[in-house]
Structures are given as C-alpha cells and as structure tokens.
Design a protein around this ligand. Structure first.
Ligand SMILES: [Zn+2]
Length: 243
C-alpha cells in the first residue's frame, strides 16, 4: 500500500451497503462492478489523504478568491452549475438556464491544452437542459500538486473530499481531475462514480462515465413542484434576483 494515501478496504458487499447509506447528496444508482473482481483483489474506496495548501494569500484562491488566471470570478454567484477540469483549472459553465442572456444554446466544443480534458456541450437553455461530454486527456488523473499552490485550505479540503474514487487494492488512485461546482454556493460535487446523480438546489444532474473514456454530465433545471405546479415563490425569487 502506498504510504501517501489512506486506503480503506471495503469488500464488495460492504461497498454496496455503503452506497445505500452514503447517498446523502446523491441518488445513487448501482454502478457496474468492473470485470476483474474474480482475481480476488479487493475493490475499494480510495480516499485522498489530507494535503496542506501552500497558497500564501487566500484572496488569490482559484475557487473562492480572485486570481485572474481562474475563470471562477466570471461565474461565481450565478444560479448555475459548472464542471472544473482540475489539473489545469479550466472552468466550464453548463449554462443550464439562459440567465442574463449568457445562455446561447446549441453545440460547442472546447479543446483544452495538450493532455487535458476537452468538453463537448449541447445546451438547450430554453428548456433548462445542458449536456456536457468530458473527454479525458492523457494527463487527466488528478494531481494535487497542480492545485496545492492555488487553493486556500478550505477549498483544497473540499476538493479532496470529492476526489474519492474506487479502485483495486494496492493500485494508485485513479481519480479523474474533474468535478462539478455550484457557482452560487461554491460547493463541489463528485463526478468520480461511474453512474451517479445529484440533486443540487433546483437542479438534477445525471452522470454517466461507464465507458471509462469519457463522461456524460446532464444538468436539468427541475424546480420543486407543489401539487404538480411550480410554486409562485420560486418564480418570484428568481425574478427578483436577476432583475
Ligand atoms: Zn478558497
């Protein structure tokens, strides 16, 4: 076992039970157990070990601060979600809704620098739906050294928490450098599970990464209904916020 990370061995039965207990944020659906378990190796949850931030000035934090290298300052506070390619800190806004005329809709393709994630987007803000396909790059395994110097301790801790992943006993963490962000609350959500869904405020997000090469993230605006109708409060609240 590698010394720089804590590995918690959970046998498959416990793993399944744990998913039922642990689905606090997410409505888990059963994920596929990959082939190879017949080798007798334990399929286990791999947590990231705690890391100290080396950022001197917290106001320069890429997530909660104002460093000009981070796109977060463009999106922070918006009532929308985004995906972050962590190693090179690229922030993709999902534009689930057409807020402030920023949601143009249609297809888009964003190719990152060599080796990092690329994004294909298919946005339909008129209906409150956005589909983002993340194509992993060759250097898409999460590397904490790339962000240790750019995130304050609070944000670094938040990030490490959503970088848990599953793998075989004794193997290096294969966590992909991708996570979901709520621009309004700055909470982060995991995109590591093969098949997972999140309820985030008025949004429902479904994540499908079962083919291993890419990840499909579908975000839908699904405000809470009362007797089958959208509540007036919700409509008024969002009007007030953006007028
Ligand atoms: Zn921060």
């Amino acid at each position: 076992m590698s010394g720089n990370r804590r590995v918690f061995g959970i046998r498959v039965v416990c793993f399944i039970a744990g998913m039922c207990v642990g689905g606090v944020l997410a409505g888990f659906k059963m994920q596929d157990i990959p082939a190879g378990q017949e080798t007798g190796k334990t399929w286990e949850r791999q947590e990231q070990s705690p890391v100290d931030s080396t950022l001197d000035d917290p106001t320069e934090c890429y997530l909660c601060g104002n460093h000009n290298r981070s796109l977060m300052s463009m999106f922070r506070g918006r009532d929308d979600l985004g995906a972050i390619c962590v190693n090179d800190w690229y922030v993709m806004d999902m534009q689930i809704r057409n807020l402030d005329g920023m949601g143009g809709g249609g297809f888009g393709w964003t190719v990152g620098a060599e080796g990092v994630c690329s994004f294909q987007t298919d946005r339909n803000p008129e209906r409150g739906i956005s589909e983002v396909t993340v194509e992993y790059g060759t250097n898409s395994i999460f590397d904490v050294k790339k962000v240790q110097n750019h995130l304050c301790q609070t944000c670094l801790d938040k990030l490490l928490e959503v970088m848990d992943c599953y793998g075989y006993e004794g193997e290096e963490s294969g966590a992909r450098d991708i996570c979901l962000v709520d621009f309004q609350t700055l909470e982060l959500y995991s995109l590591q599970e093969h098949y997972i869904s999140h309820y985030i405020r008025d949004y429902y997000v479904q994540v499908d990464g079962r083919d291993g090469e890419e990840l499909e993230v579908t975000g839908i605006y699904t405000p809470v209904l009362e007797n089958g109708e959208r509540t007036t409060d919700v409509a008024m609240e969002s009007e007030n916020k953006y007028n």
